[in-house]
Design a protein around this ligand. Sequence first.
Ligand code: KG4
Ligand code: ZN
Length: 349
Amino acid sequence: MRVLGIETSCDETGVAVYDTSTGLLADRLYSQVELHARYGGVVPELASRDHIRKALPLIQEVLAAANTPLQGVDGIAYTAGPGLVGALLVGASLGRALGMSLGVPTIGVHHMEGHLLAPMLEERPPQFPFVALLVSGGHTQLVRVEGIGRYSLLGESLDDAAGEAFDKVGKMLGLEYPGGPRVAALAQQGTPGRYKFPRPMTNRPGLDFSFSGLKTFVRNTLEQESDALGGKALSEQVQADIAYAFEDAVVQTFVIKCRRALEATGLKTLVIAGGVSANLSLRAGLQAMMEKQQGQLFYAQPRFCTDNGAMIAYAGAQRLAAGERDGLELNVKGRWPLNTLPALGQTSI
Ligand code: KG4
Ligand code: ZN
């Protein structure tokens, strides 16, 4: 089954063609980062309008790259939530209209299920069951995964998502949006041990997270250092040392909580997914922990960690191939808890 996937939940237009027998055939991404950078964050209305401009040309480009005429598409998957409703509606309307005109089934995909399954696109995919750490700009969750659609939430962030914390710290350091990759790059120049930041909620049992206190700690440290210089700008080295301490606190928090989640579930496989799973220090920290635990760590290649069409085409293809289809209504969801999804093949329309 050959599936066209369309992702428009936030500020990237992602399109891909996935074939259930031959794998990923083509994928393209158009990022709106430049459009939003001057506002320091995503402006929803601008995002929707840009998806409208870019989605169709991108679909044509991807189909050509996949050597697939429109009539060769057997099904269409689009992101139905969670995300910005206006942006989601662009992909959903396009997907549904194309599906109807071609007479092929469509399916609305959960964006976080897309992220969660993205490591399945790799040559060495993880096997179920596993623990998944989902870390994106909007979500931070630990999930027990028994199979597609068989998710139980083990823990989540009570306030900011990890990517959001990275982005806000980036802003404090005067870095451009999105701050995550830039904070990570700056942290590489940082001196280990120069600052030590708290590892939130690791001293008590449980698998939930909180990053807003850590963010405030960064702000206070920046202010103290600036006061000590009589209000003068901080040197690049001090900024790098602070970025390092922040990133290290986030990584160590995830190491502790992931180890705890594996112990609690008795599982030996950990999957990390979502934009922050592209972070090299996080990968290295978790890899070291998993080696000690004699378990295995899986993640997607960097371009499939952040938003992309391939993960939506893949997740949609699995569900379409199992017989799931959209109903007649056009439905997108700004909020959509992951654990309300039906197990694969057990949906009622
Ligand atoms: O999954 P994603 O592309 O979009 C959402 O679904 O939210 O995640 C985007 C988030 C942003 O907050 C971005 O700053 C963060 O992932 N991010 C990173 C890195 N690459 C992307 N954070 C830390 N280190 C990175 N290398
Ligand atoms: Zn995402």
